[in-house]
Design a protein around this ligand. Sequence first.
Ligand SMILES: Cc1cc2nc3c(=O)[nH]c(=O)nc-3n(C[C@H](O)[C@H](O)[C@H](O)COP(=O)(O)O)c2cc1C
Length: 415
Amino acid sequence: MNLTDKNIILGVTGSIAAYKACDIASRLVKLEANVYVLMTENAKRFVSPLTFSSLTNHNVYDMWEDHEYKIEHIALAKKADLVLVAPATANIIAKIAHGIADDLLTTTILATKAPVVIAPAMNTNMLENPITEDNIKYLLSKGFNFIDSDEGRLACGDVGKGKLASVDRIIEYLQNFESLINEPPLGGLRGAKRPWGGRPNESSLDLLGKQIIVSAGSTIAPIDPVRYISNHSSGKMGYAIAEAALKRGAKVFLVAGNTFIDCSEDIHLYRVKTNEDMLRTVKDIIEKNNIYCYISAAAPCDFKAKDVCDSKIKKKDRWSLELIKDVDILKEISKMYHKPKLVGFAAETDNLEEYAKVKLHEKKLDMIVANDVSGGKVFGEDSNKATLIFEDGRKIETDRIPKTELANIILDNIN
Ligand SMILES: Cc1cc2nc3c(=O)[nH]c(=O)nc-3n(C[C@H](O)[C@H](O)[C@H](O)COP(=O)(O)O)c2cc1C
């Protein structure tokens, strides 16, 4: 977002990091944004409103005292191009998640149609408390944007996650904001910027404003410069999901392994070879964006050569290769703190459901799509018969249907 002349509401809350909001306000003003600071009463215990009004040339409004506009919270909510809450306390996050509107900041957030970006700052235990985690997840699912906090030494002396993201990172995030959210595919549709991610009337655009990663196809594990281990996955399922998500309005990142399929130009395509490449790419996309869901339809290698030869191995009558476990991409992603919703695939030849459920729990997935690959029933085919198994134990079984149709059933169930 080019910040020049943009109306930015900066919400400041009662965190020890509130003093850093002065720097944020000052940097935004230097970038020629119009900055309106709204402080919670507790924020005022940390920094004086006078500091912000001097930095921004605008009053720090109070819902009950100031009457520059007739009804401050509605006027500000309408005026805003973006609302940034930095630092955001656990308390304000909980209040926003529950629709509480008991001061000018929370009321404005509830009333605005502008995108809302939240930069949490709190003690690690507060951040990792399942209540805060659930509030953040809920807000992410409603289209609110979060700037992940940093790890480091906190004001309380603890070392861990919860430190407000650096001012540089916050400013950079705002400057890149438009590329992080979906541009509305239909002229003038404001849905992508609805902070609550409300469904537009067009049911086909139910993923508008959401960012989705899909991984597809097989990966390879090199043996020497000319040979590798891989599998039969064609990538058709992943590509079908990526195309379906794009049609439903999502911004789609497709991380493709060894595939030979074309995809729409509007899909952000990343080509990778090994599991390590795929993991690095998916992590990087998650860290730099606000990903709603990662659908891992790829078939990464389970094993890799313990030693990869630098030169081509000569023909021999007999030769053995020692294999070791390759990196488990989905398992690594499931360890990320601000991980998106996770959907995995289980391709098994026997005990399908049993293995799929183990994978679902081990990798902390929200959903797993189990398909029977005995007798080569899936690879390279255009149709598939699958069972969707959910974290809460629910199950949906499909008939043998086109992969394009299955893609939409999967997307229907990630919301
Ligand atoms: C010295 C001090 C530092 C605090 N720092 C934080 C903090 O970084 N993050 C947080 O969530 N709460 C912090 N709190 C607790 C909040 O101030 C408290 O939850 C308050 O109710 C938040 O109000 P507000 O969200 O309306 O600003 C701190 C409290 C004190 C006394």
